[in-house]
Design a protein around this ligand. Structure first.
Ligand SMILES: Nc1nc2c(c(=O)[nH]1)N[C@H]1C(S)=C(S)[C@@H](COP(=O)(O)OP(=O)(O)OC[C@H]3O[C@@H](n4cnc5c(=O)[nH]c(N)nc54)[C@H](O)[C@@H]3O)O[C@H]1N2
Ligand SMILES: Nc1nc2c(c(=O)[nH]1)N[C@H]1C(S)=C(S)[C@@H](COP(=O)(O)OP(=O)(O)OC[C@H]3O[C@@H](n4cnc5c(=O)[nH]c(N)nc54)[C@H](O)[C@@H]3O)O[C@H]1N2
Ligand SMILES: [Mo]
Length: 774
């Protein structure tokens, strides 16, 4: 057996695919986007199957788009479905008619599969039956569902304590599946329920909870159309939430000013042609952003504070014209000390730390000064930093001084990622459950759930690495590639006795595994679910707290797939047996029963079964929206924080890891990043032209990127240097190729989210001779 066969490489292969460059696109979307999406769907799924899926995507009575969590309009829906290019791609990826037969695994060893790139792996097809990798084996082989559950039950049963098992969730899992999953895990006896949210909007949840008393955003889609100003920080909606552009365009038409704060001039944010309207076809009104503040990576807190200082000054000059004094007095806490602290700061210093010219910050403050209805939107550009929680609280400070929360047209809008990541948390996927939630479980289900907090993602990796956890179970996702410090995470997974993945498609987490490994193939969103002999539907909560039903419409590619709720029920029976207080078969027969139990356990789901059947679903309660703040003081809190000083050593750059246009997280649909003008290559590092020159490099050079956080060296090789309009001292690479460089120990304070947007690196010219010696 060769070394490589024993140790498949956890990284994407270093192969280059042939970079081509075009200019950065000036306008996003338009007809070409829709054409490319249709082409992709029909290529993967065939014309009939593909069209069937597309026609039901985001239609009332159809299925929820498996891509992002942006909401659908409450009542209107366009003739052809409300979807975007990237939603269609997500469907194409899932609805593919290709499937992996046992023969595929006979032909391809685990190591051979690991030599494929993420793009190539994704193209192989849907997993079509449960697969098992015995200890020491080189190939996966088919296994029956019963034997698979028995093996998992056995491995869980022989642990010293339930806390030696880890149960991960990705954010596509429906409310129904997620609720049953956490119920099983808690009856089994642990709160080890890390989820993708730990790497995503956890910082938003923590910040909003502490400042405003609810860990979710406060705005609805309708608020966009009443807003006077919309600030978008650290988000690339043209690629990651394309339907948001339609909302922004409409908001702008109604008079909103749009301010973008980003190190990159992201095409979609700058200008957008709406493919679903006549203007889109005719190319009218494409400009979205009114003011673009090109912030340095993590310069946002300084920028916000500078703007706030200027607003305070303007208020002094014209009392009563800028601040909402009544709101501040009646609804908030800590204003005076916050103001005093802020006024000690120096505007020049703040502007310098933000990387934005003082004049531009002033212009922004002048625009905001008379406005009363402001919405702030943000995503990963803010959440994945050491001081993420404080930066988000700084956004809240700005909204609070303007009284821009709890009223129409104003408020917080953390734009969620996975289509049901918010719902999963609502129904109990959380490693730190509240006492009231645990009490409700105990009262309704007759067992005492564990009170001790479980592991989040970072803690879970450490626990596996230190030999404190031996079984890893994933409800979806791609833990190996989505998490930081890829090589260390690989070691952690490889130390496990058993790793289990509930999945639709192959990914690297199936190939870097524990001593034994099992793949359980499940339905995707688009698949028709006839569990219990009747057609079932599930439900999801979008980024604005609307719960809607989702009905799969396609014939599953194989008769051996199970739904996620069915997998949980069968796993619970195999693991807990008679010990369980719960009749799992009831849930298997009828998902209404699951929803009844969610309703009994979690506030806000009254008449769940009735309301979820209404077209458009229903809103969950949101205290901010109702003008309340469920903090201990019942008031909204001003937060005092200081922007961190970045002291880079000579040669160091700050690297952010971002998404290209052709991927959904670790699923790589294609090799282009069309709007950024980067084609057919993902191993690139986007650098400022001055930084390239200073290092005696030139565009097209091959480089190795090195991080040395905490005294250990992390390196990726063979990345291509690209000049890009990014601030000096900053650079960008794609997730997940660059995750090797993200240190596990570098996390956000309070939320423990890996700092995937702030990785200090050095760029070295790739030395071919050195690498040949290796
Ligand atoms: N098509 C598609 N849709 C997706 C996804 C996908 O991969 N593909 N992923 C889904 C998921 S799970 C999520 S969480 C979201 C992610 O959505 P985004 O957060 O938009 O995704 P990223 O590519 O990580 O983009 C981060 C943006 O923040 C900017 N940025 C980076 N650092 C900073 C900073 O310090 N300050 C500021 N102001 N900006 C910064 C980057 O330039 C970039 O524009 O999208 C969801 N939707
Ligand atoms: N460096 C860096 N790392 C990051 C980020 C970053 O910006 N930079 N972003 C982070 C963020 S925001 C997130 S959310 C995480 C994402 O982390 P994950 O959610 O773990 O990763 P995904 O790539 O979304 O998972 C894709 C896999 O999910 C499976 N899948 C797809 N649909 C279904 C389904 O319906 N059911 C089941 N059971 N499985 C399904 C498929 O097998 C597919 O391969 O990554 C994080 N990691
Ligand atoms: Mo995410």
């Amino acid at each position: 057996m060769s070394k490589q066969e024993q140790h498949p490489n956890p990284e994407n292969p270093e192969t280059l695919t042939g970079l081509r460059r075009t200019e950065i696109a000036k306008v996003a979307a338009g007809i070409p986007a829709v054409v490319s999406a249709l082409k992709m769907v029909t290529e993967e799924a065939g014309f009939k199957r593909g069209m069937k899926a597309l026609l039901q995507l985001n239609q009332k009575g159809g299925f929820d788009c498996p891509s992002c969590a942006w909401p659908d309009p409450d009542d209107e829906r366009s003739g052809i479905a409300e979807y975007c290019e990237n939603g269609a791609r997500a469907v194409a990826e899932e609805a593919t008619a290709k499937k992996l037969t046992p023969d595929f695994f006979v032909k391809n060893s685990v190591a051979q599969l690991a030599a494929l790139s993420d793009y190539e792996l994704g193209k192989t097809g849907r997993i079509a039956q449960p697969m098992y990798l015995p200890e020491g084996a080189l190939h996966y082989k088919p296994i029956s569902w019963n034997s698979a559950f028995e093996k998992i039950g056995f491995a869980l049963g022989r642990l010293n304590t339930p806390d030696e098992a880890i149960f991960y969730t990705s954010g596509r899992t429906s409310n129904e599946a997620a609720f049953l999953y956490q119920l099983f895990v808690r009856e089994f006896g642990t709160n080890n329920l890390p989820d993708c949210s730990n790497m995503c909007h956890e910082s938003s949840g923590v910040a909003l909870n502490e400042s405003l008393g609810i860990g979710k955003g406060s705005v609805t889609l309708e608020d966009f159309y009443e807003a006077e100003a919309i600030i978008i920080l650290g988000q690339n909606p043209g690629t990651n939430h394309p339907r948001m552009l339609t909302a922004l365009q409409k908001a702008k038409a109604k008079g909103a000013t749009i301010i973008s704060i980003n190190p990159l001039p992201e095409t979609g944010l700058m200008a957008f042609n709406n493919p679903q309207t006549v203007q889109g076809v005719l190319g009218l009104k494409p400009n979205l952003t009114d003011i673009f503040l090109q912030v340095k990576i993590n310069g946002d807190m300084a920028a916000l504070q500078a703007i706030e200082m200027m607003l305070l000054k303007m208020e002094e000059q014209a009392p009563g014209s800028v601040l909402d004094h009544a709101f501040i007095r009646e609804q908030t806490h800590g204003y005076e000390s916050w103001k005093e602290n802020l006024q000690q700061k120096n505007l020049q210093d703040l502007a310098k730390a933000s990387g934005i010219a003082l004049g531009q910050l002033e212009e922004t403050a002048r625009i905001l000064a008379p406005k009363k209805k402001i919405i702030a939107c943000w995503a990963m550009g803010l959440t994945q930093h050491k001081n993420a929680v404080d930066t988000i609280k700084e956004i809240v400070n700005l909204l609070l001084m303007k009284g821009s929360i709890g009223k129409p047209g104003a408020g917080t809008c953390p734009v969620r990622g996975h289509s049901n990541v918010q719902g999963d948390r609502t129904v109990g996927i959380y490693e730190k459950p509240s006492k009231s939630f645990l009490d409700a479980i105990e009262n309704n289900f007759g067992f005492t759930p564990p009170a001790k907090h479980g592991y989040d993602v970072v803690e879970a990796i450490k626990a596996m690495h230190e030999g404190k956890a031996h079984v890893f179970f994933a409800m979806g996702g791609n833990f190996l590639s989505a998490t930081p410090d890829t090589l260390l995470t690989a070691e952690a997974l490889q130390k496990c006795r058993l790793t289990v993945q509930v999945s639709t498609k192959l990914n690297r987490s199936h190939l870097i595994h524990g001593k034994e490994a099992i793949i359980l193939p499940c339905f995707g969103r688009s698949d028709r679910d006839e569990t219990g002999g009747a057609e079932q539907f599930v439900s999801c909560e979008n980024s604005m707290g609307v719960v809607q039903s989702s009905h799969g419409v396609l014939d599953p590619v194989s008769e051996h797939l199970l739904s996620e709720p069915a997998i949980v029920c069968k796993l619970a029976k195999a693991t807990l047996g008679k010990r369980s207080k719960i009749d799992w078969d009831r849930y298997l027969r009828d998902y209404d029963v699951i929803r009844e139990d969610i309703e009994r356990t979690i506030p806000g789901f009254d008449n769940y079964n009735e309301r979820v059947r209404k077209p458009g679903g229903f809103y969950l309660p949101n205290c901010n929206r109702e003008g309340n703040f469920n903090t201990p003081s019942q008031k909204a809190h001003f937060n005092i924080a200081t922007a961190p000083e970045t002291e880079l050593e000579k040669d160091q750059l700050i690297m952010m890891t971002i998404r290209s246009h052709d991927q959904f997280n670790t699923t790589v649909y294609g090799l282009n990043d069309r709007y950024r003008g980067i084609h057919n290559e993902r191993r690139v590092v986007l650098m400022n032209a001055g930084d390239i020159r200073e290092r005696n490099l030139k565009e097209g050079d091959l480089v190795d990127l090195v991080n040395e956080f905490g005294g250990s060296k992390r390196q990726v090789s063979k990345f291509i240097v690209l000049a890009y309009p990014i601030p000096e001292g900053c650079c960008a690479t794609y997730f997940p190729e660059a995750n090797v460089l993200v240190p596990l120990e570098s996390v956000a304070e309070k939320s423990n989210t890996p700092t995937s947007k702030y990785v200090v690196i050095i760029v070295n010219k790739h030395d071919i001779r050195l690498n040949q010696l290796k």
